[in-house]
Write a protein that binds this ligand. Structure first.
Ligand code: DOR
Length: 437
């Protein structure tokens, strides 16, 4: 029997590929886990595909077809805290949120600060529902004292280095890290919060924080940390990526640095472009506790403005699973972080697209080609011969965030009960359907 020319066909969707500058109705053809072509189907092709099994033809009428979404900032908790998440469950959550690629942070137990652990994570991810790339540690055990073996980490497959969760407080160590990272042409991802300034703080330092009697983490702690790292990056000539930017001052510092030609990129998270610190006093929901903290309306507006003007390049979830037992304590005692893989797309649509800040193409760019270019990852585009990682989105689908529906092992979301618009319809990883709504 003649072998079919295609393995999978996605027909009649509106294809949006910012990398190609493509945005119109078309059919996408996949063969051997690669994109073959994007085109309008001819009569001859219609005949050709009629022999394909039904499940290999996806009707995407009324849907958006985009490159597989990339989340460059997640915590998968393996090794060490498999009670919160594993690589397999985290990747199931990624697929359910429309992400085909995730980059996992090294603050595991033990930390991903050596080549063996990088390889361990990559081997665990082999059969997962998403591609996993590893961000190695800058310093051993993320203690900020001694550089990790950066060359070994890169040789093992690390695509960037970061001490995410902690700031590299010692500028000399950060300088050396930037120099090493430059040798391997990888970015340093900085968690920019000066530890002396936030010492013991549990929420934003603000009128709200004072009213609630909570020790604050001042915005200036982020601004100073960003300014220092930007200057070091400029001095060394390296590449810096600022994680989860939360303050008006920090986005301004990044905008300015870009104008000067410093090689800096940055990301924003849904909770930082959606939530303000006056939410905390309502129910003291520990899921609202994150680092850096949710800030004021002025900061949220600035983050959105910089997503619009391009000073913030990417949207990342900072998916940070924590168990129910750990989070079910007083606000100030709870660990920081909230899950985000399964709510990011809906929040982007509801908060940024529906409110007229970003077009679909702008939003998709920040979740596909931009992170792919920063970390030099495959994918991020539907160009011929690229990996067949594809996300199909139901753009106006209304849905409610429900605790029981999370695929993540942890349920610590501050968005439970929220009504969102825009949901993943189907996620395809290397030509294989890994999620269908
Ligand atoms: O809130 C956060 N949680 N911020 C981080 O930087 C780390 C993360 C975690 O690992 O839980």
């Amino acid at each position: 029997m003649k072998k079919p020319k295609y393995d999978l066909v996605i027909k009649c969707g509106r294809v949006i590929d910012p990398a190609l500058g493509f945005g119109s109705e078309a059919d996408v053809f996949v063969k051997d886990a690669k994109i073959v072509k994007i085109t309008r189907m001819s009569k001859a092709t219609k005949k050709e595909i009629s022999a394909l099994p039904e499940e290999n033809i996806i009707d995407a009428s009324g849907k958006l077809v985009t490159p597989g979404l990339i989340d460059m900032h997640v915590h998968l908790r393996e090794p060490g805290r498999e009670d919160k998440e594993t690589i397999i469950t985290g990747c199931r959550a990624a697929a359910g949120g429309g992400f085909t690629t995730v980059c996992c942070m090294p603050n595991t137990t033990p930390a991903i600060d050596n080549q063996e652990t990088v390889k361990f994570v990559l081997s665990r991810a082999e059969d997962a529902d998403a591609r996993v790339y590893v961000v190695g540690a800058i310093t051993k055990a993320l203690e900020g004292k001694e550089l990790a073996e950066i060359g070994d980490l890169v040789a093992g497959g690390a695509v960037a280095i970061s001490d995410d969760g902690s700031y590299v407080q010692n500028p000399e160590i950060m300088r050396r890290a930037l120099e090493y990272a430059k040798m391997f042409d990888i970015p340093i991802i900085t968690h920019a919060e000066d530890e002396f300034l936030f010492a013991g703080g549990v929420m934003n330092e603000s009128y709200e924080g004072t009213r609630l009697g909570m020790k604050g983490r001042p915005a200036v702690g982020e601004v100073i940390a960003v300014l220092r790292d930007v200057r070091l990056c400029d001095f060394v000539g390296g590449k810096l990526h600022v994680a989860h930017v939360s303050t008006a001052g920090a986005v301004e510092a990044i905008r300015q640095a870009k104008k000067e030609g410093v090689n800096v990129t940055a990301e924003a998270c849904p909770h930082h472009f959606t939530l303000t610190d006056d939410e905390i006093g309502k129910e003291f929901d520990p899921n609202l506790k994150v680092n850096p903290p949710i800030r004021t309306k002025k900061d949220v507006d600035a983050v959105i403005r910089c997503l619009v003007d391009g000073s913030l390049d990417c949207i990342a979830s900072d998916h940070a699973p924590h168990s129910e037992e750990e989070k079910d304590v007083e606000f100030d005692q709870a660990p920081s972080g909230m899950i985000g893989l399964e709510t990011t797309l809906g929040l982007v649509k509801t908060q940024l697209i529906d409110k007229g800040f970003l077009s679909w193409a702008d939003a998709i760019r920040k979740m596909t080609v931009n992170p792919a270019r920063i970390l030099r990852l495959p994918g991020g585009t539907l160009e011929k011969d690229s990996v067949a990682d594809i996300t199909i989105i139901d753009p106006d689908k209304k849905w409610t965030v429900k605790k029981d529906n999370f695929r993540s092992k942890s349920k610590n979301s501050a968005f439970i009960g929220w009504k969102l618009s825009g949901k993943v319809f189907c996620t395809i990883l290397g030509g294989r359907v890994v999620y269908r709504s």
